[in-house]
Design a protein around this ligand. Structure first.
Ligand code: URA
Length: 212
């Protein structure tokens, strides 16, 4: 498994504002959106392409375009929805599938409550969006879901990750046949006893959409 922590002053600047407890929901949503677009640039470094012939006003030339099948972007509901626009801004031709997962706050176990995904993901590059890679339970369950449907290459994009979550992902996918990459804006210190990332940014879903 490959883990990439974005190392860029603009990412660090936006992440600091995102973490601040005084940042209101509209600003939080905008910052999350901007951060994802910056992370998407890094996450799509290995997106599959194919050569294509075009003619410029001056001469014929060969360029590249995104290969088929198109990449699939999968936001994990609900908080991953706050990352969708920022991602498809960079990959407008990607298809979008949805996976609803909820974490039991006592056991920290993730379960699936909604899916809208192609049945066959053979040969698809998948980009999974989940703002917080905490214990890794939700993301591991989501990735296994995609692998069972045939996904052959998965990149997870998280605004923040905890070392415990990265270790769990490494254990789950490190030796597996499907290449897995994690791209995040920050690798924090640890999880607290409630499974929250420290220092983190609190509950990403609540900060995006309110406590509902
Ligand atoms: N989910 C969140 O929203 N925040 C955390 O810190 C951990 C999991």
């Amino acid at each position: 498994m490959r883990t990439h922590v974005a190392d860029h002053p603009l990412v660090a600047h936006k992440l600091t504002a995102l973490r601040d407890e005084n940042t209101d929901s509209p600003t939080f949503r905008r910052l999350a959106d901007e951060l994802v677009t910056l992370l998407a640039y890094e996450a799509t470094r290995d997106v599959r392409t194919e050569p294509t012939r075009i003619t410029t006003p001056v001469a014929p030339t060969t360029g590249i375009r995104l290969a088929s099948p198109k990449p699939l972007v999968v936001p994990i509901l609900r908080a991953g929805l706050g990352m969708l626009d920022g991602m498809v801004r960079l990959l407008p031709t990607a298809e979008v599938g949805f996976l609803g997962m909820i974490r039991d706050e006592q056991t920290l176990q993730a379960s699936t409550y909604a899916t809208r995904l192609p049945d066959d993901l053979s040969g698809r590059q998948c980009y999974v969006l989940d703002p917080m890679l905490a214990t890794g339970g939700t993301l591991i369950a989501a990735m296994n879901f995609l692998i069972q449907r045939g996904a052959t290459d998965i990149t997870a994009i998280a605004l923040l990750a905890a070392p415990e979550g990265i270790a769990a992902m490494e254990q789950a996918f490190g030796a597996g046949p499907v290449p897995v990459t994690v791209v995040t804006a920050g690798l924090d210190e640890r999880l607290n006893e409630h499974g929250y990332i420290v220092p983190g940014l609190g509950d990403a879903g609540d900060r995006l959409y309110g406590v509902v």
